[in-house]
Design a protein around this ligand. Sequence first.
Ligand code: ZN
Length: 391
Amino acid sequence: MAVASCPACNGTRLAEIYALDAIPVQSCILLDTEAAARDFPRAPLSLVFCDACGFVFNPRFDGSLVDYASATEESQHFSGTFNAFARSLVDEIATRHDLAGKTTVEIGCGKGDFLHELVSVTGTAGLGIDPGFLLDRFVAADDHAIAFRREYFDPAALDMAPDFVVCRHTLEHVPDVGRFVGDVGAFAARKPGSVSFFETPNVERVLEEGAFWDIYYEHCSYFTLGSHARLFRRQGMAVDHARLAYDGQYILQYSSHGKDSGSVPAGQDDLERLRALAASFPGKVARVRHHWSDFVRQRHADGRRIAIWGGGSKGVSFLTSTDIAGAIAQVVDINPYKQGKYLPGTGHRVSAPDELLQAPPDTVIAMNPVYRNEIAARIAELGLDCELVAV
Ligand SMILES: [Zn+2]
């Protein structure tokens, strides 16, 4: 595998820490038939660690295989936990920045829910940009100034100067992160005093825990608090505030333009720790995959019925990065847009929680520990008596 240099820092000391022969090239997509789901294209994946900046990326990523304009289903907005988090984030932004009468651009706005909330609460005008935006799913029953463009972010195509740039759960999909952050920085710099807010998954716990279900094809770029901040500083931006949120799963970062103070807060000084984590990751992830394989196989051999709760990318990765798919009886998701459709790779049909009553599971594996209480409550509400574990 010939990888010349790190897309974040151009470093050349790179080490492969993970590899899969084949994984579905989209894990958020849902198919209408089981056959189409099983035949869904796969591609090899590997993860490489940059010793110079701590960035982790998939050098075998081929963006042409991923069609973000297709019917992807990345919205987590059906979860009460996620909604509460997004709402608190809107309140935080509104407290930190007076956006009334100003202009906010959200790059990678998905279905537009967050931007709509931000516009409603702050009184900013909002422009959402996303090739996967679907107008028929957007409900805007008000007179707020909000607009959408169904395209990829290209500053040359935008004749405007933003006061606030939002970019949530998008940077991990970008292979050339140096150029992308440079573009966002130049775009935001059109307006003196503008601020950019990024929310990006945190890979540190994935490295610590061997959490292979958080590695999937569309995510070609993986950050920690430190590697995320280093990338922005290298592109001439100042990192004003950065922290972890959502049980440590997400990096939240506010950046501005002009000179960085140069002092690096303790949480961002993580390179030595990352080098150690990268070195131990191959052994760790092998043990964790083995653990889940044993867990599922033993229960299956005992005649127990096993369901997975979460028909999103974590579930798809969990099922297609292991050899246990055949032992999983059912996949459940609370999102009505997913129900009745089929997961790429294994072809599992996504059921509504109520359908568990027809064939009650003995074990439910929750694909995100953050939702564990929410799932436990739903299981109790259904009157089911089963083992609940979270990855
Ligand atoms: Zn690097």
